[in-house]
Each structure stands twice: as C-alpha cells, then as structure tokens.
Design a binder for this molecule. Structure first.
Ligand SMILES: O=P(O)(O)OC[C@H]1O[C@H](OP(=O)(O)OP(=O)(O)O)[C@H](O)[C@@H]1O
Ligand SMILES: O=c1cc[nH]c(=O)[nH]1
Ligand SMILES: [Mg+2]
Length: 223
C-alpha cells in the first residue's frame, strides 16, 4: 500500500505485484465477462485483506490444546458496512465480504448520464444505520469525474457518523479524487491505481473501459 503524495488519505496498491497482475487482466480488452467478474472478485478479496492492515486490532487470550497464549483479533473487521454501488461493484463486494464476513451491506443504484453534465440518477437506496464504531467501505470500481461517489457519500451522511469512511475502487482519475477530497476531506480512498486522466466522454485513460458493461454486458438501448 502506497500513500499518494498529491492528496492526504489516498492510497494505491501499485506496490503489490499480484494486484497489478489482476488489474492488467481487467484492462485487457480481450478479457471476457466471466474473467472480468472473477478479476473484480479477486481484487475485492485482496484489497480487503490489505485494508485490514489499517484496522484496529485487539490482543486476546487463547487456549491451544496445549497451553494458554496470546492472540489477536482485528476488532474493526467486526464493524464493517459495505455500500455497493450498482452495477459494477457487485463482484467487488463479493470479494470484500469474504474478508469482512460480518459486514452489513447497503445497496445504492447510481447511473451516470452522458457528457458534459454526467448527471447521476440514484433511484434505489438501502443503507443500514451507521454506528460510531463502524467502518464504512463504499465499493465502486471506477472513480472518474467523482460525481457518482459525491452523490453517494452525501446520501450516506444522512445515516449516521461512522468511525471511518473509506472508498474502495479499482481505478481513479486524478480529477475525480480531487473533487471528492474537496467535498469530503475525511474520506479515505484506496484504489489499485490512480490513472492518468479522463477523456472528453468521462472515461478513465488508460482505464479498462466501462466496468459495468464489461462485467455484465452493455444494456440494450430501448428508444
Ligand atoms: O466518477 P463518475 O464520473 O461518476 O463515474 C463512475 C461511475 O461510472 C460507472 O457506473 P455507471 O454509471 O456506468 O453504471 P454501471 O455500473 O451500471 O455501468 C462506475 O461504476 C461508477 O459508478
Ligand atoms: O472509465 C470509466 C469511467 C466511468 N465508468 C466506467 O465504468 N469507466
Ligand atoms: Mg457503466
């Protein structure tokens, strides 16, 4: 895990060869939907595992079959809320929940409109109450303009004041991170990699394309 010096509280996993290998497979335009979803599940699991290194732990007593000794539990792992931003975060959440098996899960549907407005339509919101001991992990693979997450983070504020708010993504554009950090400086952001820039249609470059479409297929346009 590497702190990005351009912002405070932003980390990438560029120093993890395994995470970078999975990302490379996701970027590859020849990777099909099945492999793409499996890659997102893997990243959820391994990035989740990396996140546990930032969590509070507690020393506990344990009795082995032979004697008493000291052990550890990751206390914060028991107080996690995962907010899944549809659609592309579904496989990411599947991986995360393997590490945070106690997690309560919220679901938010968000769909980004076309450039230049990128209006976000959010019409399904189910978020559990957020308690002072909670670590909220908002899962969304792509942070492009940041508009989706700004809307989701604004909504989350209505549900309580958790101990930590984390955004967990795969790729981010610098523009999106800056916008989120301006409005929510307390939010920590963990991504596999911060990419170079956005194109005029709001896609991340070099990116991996449209994560939702690659995982689940492009929706049929009904006029
Ligand atoms: O940072 P932003 O510019 O807001 O863009 C990022 C959003 O775009 C994608 O969702 P999309 O709207 O394509 O929905 P989908 O996952 O259903 O395809 C992605 O999963 C993010 O939620
Ligand atoms: O590059 C991008 C930008 C937004 N959403 C995606 O799925 N990909
Ligand atoms: Mg999409």
């Amino acid at each position: 895990m590497k702190a990005d010096e351009r912002w405070s509280g932003v980390y990438s996993f560029e120093d993890s060869p395994f995470i970078m290998e999975v990302l490379t497979e996701l970027r590859d335009k020849n990777t099909d939907s099945i492999a793409f979803r499996k890659g997102l599940v893997k990243l959820g699991r391994y990035m989740g595992y990396e996140l546990t290194k930032t969590m509070d732990i507690e020393e506990v007593d344990v009795k082995t079959p032979l004697e008493k000794t000291k052990g550890v539990i990751v206390r914060d792992r028991r107080n996690v809320v995962i907010i899944t931003v549809l659609r592309a975060a579904i496989p990411l959440m599947e991986g995360l929940i393997k590490v945070f098996e106690h997690a309560r899960v919220g679901i938010v549907s968000a769909s980004r409109g076309k450039a230049p407005k990128f209006e976000i339509e959010m019409n399904y919101i189910k978020i559990p109450d957020l308690r002072p001991e909670d670590t909220v992990i908002v899962a969304d693979p792509m942070i492009a303009t940041g508009s989706t997450l700004i809307k989701v983070l604004g909504e989350i504020e209505k549900y309580g004041k958790p101990k930590r708010k984390i955004v967990l993504g795969v790729l981010a554009a610098p523009e999106g991170i800056s916008r989120i950090k301006e409005q929510f400086p307390e939010v920590e952001i963990f991504v596999a990699k911060v990419d170079r820039e956005l194109n005029e249609k709001g896609y991340i470059l070099p990116g991996l394309g449209d994560a939702g479409d690659r995982a689940f297929g492009a929706p049929l346009k009904v006029s």
